[in-house]
Design a protein around this ligand. Structure first.
Ligand code: PLP
Length: 214
């Protein structure tokens, strides 16, 4: 089932990319059993997105035989008391969203000598309940986190549920262009084709690969 879904998705990704290089596919494994994650790995996916540090630790203890071959990305919110575990486990942090976290990450990466790549989460919809840096604060935030020595590779966003996602993808595109950042993490199961057309360099797919979450 999973292998078939993936093969259909790869076709849609290639077609949406057209003449451009297709984006990286990040398989989002939240709530999935180890067996389903193994299927995805056996079908050739090599980038995995995790929402929670603790769930990821448990999963990758069980999947240790795969760990070296896989890039692990944190795509959920990170509490400062989980920074040490996150730096030890992940390769990329996609949800850098506040200065307090940047400071803690910078100190911990130096301590563990693991300079992970980071993306800044942008609150493109300026939703009060959602984490992320507001677009107009990005300039200052970027300067401040770079001054800490963090390796900021790009931006990620999660558009508001009740608005056309294209507006938000286009905004993320504009912001990465303005700040000359190479990576854009945008697009999920319901909207990845428009994200690709608007320049996603990675898309995060959960239910389209695994089926609906229970
Ligand atoms: C769950 C999740 C996804 C994947 O969502 P689907 O709609 O299942 O593809 C992508 N990004 C983040 C941040 C998520 O939490």
């Amino acid at each position: 089932m999973i292998a078939e879904r993936l093969s259909a998705l790869r076709g849609r990704i290639t077609r949406a990319a057209g003449h451009n290089p297709p984006p990286a596919l990040v398989a989002v494994t939240k709530t999935q059993p180890e067996s389903a994650v193994r299927e995805v790995l056996e079908a050739g996916v090599r980038i995995i997105g995790e929402n929670r540090v603790q769930e990821a630790q448990t999963r990758w203890k069980a999947l240790q035989d795969w760990r070296e071959k896989v890039e692990l990305r944190l795509i959920g919110p990170l509490q400062t008391n989980k920074v040490r575990d996150a730096v030890a486990l992940f390769d990329v942090i996609e949800t850098l969203d506040r200065m307090e976290l940047a400071t803690a990450l910078s100190a911990e990466m130096a301590k563990q000598n693991r300079p992970l790549r980071c993306l800044i989460q942008v609150n493109t919809g300026e939703e009060p309940q959602k984490s992320g840096i507001r677009p107009q604060e990005l300039d200052t935030f970027l300067k401040d986190v770079r001054a800490l020595g963090l390796n900021v590779r790009g931006l990620m966003c999660i558009p508001p549920v009740d608005e056309p996602p294209e507006l938000h993808f286009a905004l993320l595109r504009k912001l990465t262009d303005r700040f000359e950042l190479p990576e854009r993490s945008m697009g999920m199961s319901g909207d990845f084709e428009s994200a690709i057309r608007l320049g996603a360099t990675s898309i995060r797919l959960g239910s389209a690969i695994f089926g609906d979450r229970t």
